[in-house]
Design a protein around this ligand. Structure first.
Ligand code: GLN
Length: 189
């Protein structure tokens, strides 16, 4: 089974690790550049994007994270993880995100999203979630809530505004593992 890294600077990385182990993957917590070596895929979890940004800077992780993604390894970013991937942060995903986009009234809710190609219905927990406010042509919108993209894919990067791992949802992790196994995750289609 593939070896998948979970960025463990901050946030709910343990919940992702549990889902991955439940699917039979080997998991490595990533806290330093050396931990990225030999990974078949990566998850950037939800949490708090400012804290995560500072941690990535402190540990010198930005450049090696970019190199891993450029090498074609599949990456899943969830909630703050989606923000980390956007134009203003790691610059790996051609999207702009708005943080805490659902506003004060609706801080947390669950939703079933229709995502054909990713197991049909995907359940997600939205916790002070972002949404996508703009994206380039190479970005495929996989799900929206009230016309706001909340799940996108660009090549080997899948990013969602919600937490699948706290909803018992495994289909996005399965996508990552399938991609990690096939042709070293190098296909971009
Ligand atoms: N609101 C958080 C941020 O902006 C993201 C929330 C989450 O990851 N659940 O960083």
């Amino acid at each position: 089974m593939p070896l998948v890294g979970v960025l463990a600077i901050q946030g709910d990385f343990q919940a992702h690790a549990e889902v991955l182990r439940g699917l039979g993957a080997e998991v490595r917590e990533v806290r330093a550049p050396g931990h990225l070596e030999g990974l078949d895929g990566l998850i950037i979890p939800g949490g708090e994007s400012t804290t995560m940004t500072l941690g990535i800077e402190r540990e010198g992780l930005a450049a090696p994270l970019r190199a891993l993604v450029a090498s074609g390894k599949p990456v899943l970013g969830t909630c703050a993880g989606m923000i980390m991937l956007d134009r203003l942060h790691l610059g790996l995903l051609d999207v702009t995100c708005e943080r805490n986009a659902f506003g004060r009234q609706v801080r947390s809710f669950e939703a079933d999203l229709d995502m054909p190609g990713l197991g049909g219905t995907v359940r997600g927990v939205f916790i002070r979630a972002p949404w996508v406010t703009g994206h380039g042509e190479g970005v495929e919108v996989l799900a929206q809530i009230e016309d706001h993209p909340v799940a996108v894919r660009q090549g080997n990067i899948l990013a969602v505004a919600f937490h699948p791992e706290t909803a018992g949802e495994t289909s996005l992790h399965e996508w990552l593992l399938e991609r990690a196994q096939s042709t070293n995750g190098r296909q971009t289609g």
